[in-house]
Design a protein around this ligand. Structure first.
Ligand code: ATP
Ligand code: MG
Length: 395
């Protein structure tokens, strides 16, 4: 029997003209994500995508990759037979032989209405067959086994269980955003959340090399290897920030330093976002988590940006953020010690209520435009490829 993986997506977002586009984005991404793995083809059948496998296809590796594709609600590993009762029964016999069970139920669906039996009739007919062959009882709630039968066009797909996938929206359907990535725990999770909403996420990292070690840059590259599993390629801007920091340290009151650092980061990020046609900035801020993330400071920091700033973690607490970081496997990298640029010249008592007027006064001694330009010139751009796991992926 032919093996294939059937991909189910949430249909709730599929209204009108969006539907074809959504499906095309998903199909494109599935094809790209499976590049280098052996399979026959990916094809679209009514409301589903089917990955047809060859007998020697690496089904496990293919399943692990599909589990990281946003827009897929779940997928199943199915056996494909002709859509006729006898062929379906022969297929079911094979599935019955796969293992013991004392109770079961049938879950049959008809995608094609011209099949002679409706779903109810199919369940009765096939249920009687399975019962006779296995001697097991029909039980509708909590059965040991569920036999799924999906009839689509002239094929029937038989399978035993659904494998939950990443959910969300397909890559590319949400537009482009630029994420400020620090190498800490939070910003990679913020980026993941935006990818899950269909965004293509670009990245910018500020570093103080050579005043700090080059480690933060390396760490960010490794984090992006993991995040690129979801979008297959990530563009990273590395921006030297020490000159700005030195100016701030020289001319502004110490408690305002972090707020000023952040304002400059946003100014620089906006220029790069505009060049890349990204329409929003993303940060890993969570309200009240550290001194720079009080509501007053967030307001004062945000006022330099004409672009929307998304903070997907604003209402999450650290535990919730860590749980996601562990699940997506960025946590172990994030907690490795490094010298973040902000560890350079951080005051002991940062201001938690930086008022705009105060901050603007502090900036009046700085040549803001020239400083922004001085960071942009030596910025470098890299492209980071996905680092797919070789061990089993845990949901
Ligand atoms: P994270 O774990 O993401 O570093 P954090 O709790 O350490 O977050 P902050 O250091 O206050 O918080 O940073 C708040 C946000 O500012 C970060 O989530 C990130 O979006 C951005 N940010 C901070 N430092 C940098 C940096 N060096 N490069 C790029 N963005 C940064
Ligand atoms: Mg940080």
């Amino acid at each position: 029997m032919k093996r294939s993986l059937i991909i189910h997506y949430h249909e709730i977002n599929l209204k009108g003209n969006n539907r074809g586009w959504f499906e095309a984005c998903l199909q494109n991404h599935v094809t790209s994500t499976l590049k280098g793995l052996k399979y026959r083809r990916v094809r679209k059948i009514s409301g589903r995508l089917v990955v047809e496998l060859d007998p020697d296809s690496p089904a496990d590796a293919i399943e692990r990759r599909l589990a990281m594709v946003f827009g897929i609600a779940n997928f199943v590993s199915a056996w494909e037979v002709e859509a006729g009762i006898e062929a379906i029964e022969r297929g079911l016999e094979f599935l019955i032989a796969l293992g013991d069970f004392k109770s079961f139920k049938m879950d049959s669906r008809r995608g094609t209405k011209n099949f002679p039996l409706n779903s109810q009739q199919l369940n009765e007919r096939l249920g009687a067959f399975v019962q006779q062959k296995s001697m097991a009882d029909v039980r509708l709630s909590n059965p040991d086994r569920t036999f799924f039968v999906e009839i689509v066009d002239d094929k029937a797909f038989l399978y035993l269980n659904k494998i939950p996938a990443a959910g969300g929206l397909p890559q590319g359907t949400g537009g482009k955003v630029l994420c400020l990535l620090s190498g800490g725990i939070d910003s990679p999770v913020a980026a993941y959340r935006m990818m899950r909403r269909g965004c293509r996420v670009l990245f910018i990292h500020f570093h103080s090399f050579p005043h700090t070690s080059a480690e933060s840059q390396d760490k960010v590259r490794r984090i992006l290897g993991i995040l690129s599993r979801y979008q297959l390629e990530s563009r990273l801007y590395l921006v030297p920030f020490a000159d700005v920091q030195k100016e701030i340290v020289a001319y502004a009151p110490a408690p305002l330093r972090v707020v000023l650092y952040r304002r400059f980061m946003l100014r620089i990020a906006q220029v790069i976002a505009a060049r890349e046609k990204a329409k929003a900035l993303v940060t890993g801020d969570s309200l009240g988590q550290v001194a720079s993330q009080t509501l007053e400071n967030i307001q004062t920091i945000s006022s330099v940006s004409a672009m929307p700033i998304f903070r997907p973690l604003i209402g999450s607490d650290k535990e919730e953020i860590i749980e996601i970081a562990r699940k997506i496997e960025t946590y172990d990298i994030s907690i490795q010690a490094d010298q973040d640029c902000c560890s350079l010249f951080v005051p002991r008592h940062p201001e938690t209520m930086a008022r705009l007027q105060q901050v603007e006064e502090a900036e009046s001694g700085l040549d803001v435009t020239a400083l922004v330009q001085s960071c942009l010139k030596p910025a470098v751009r890299e492209s980071i490829a996905p680092d797919f796991p070789t061990v089993h992926f845990h949901e």
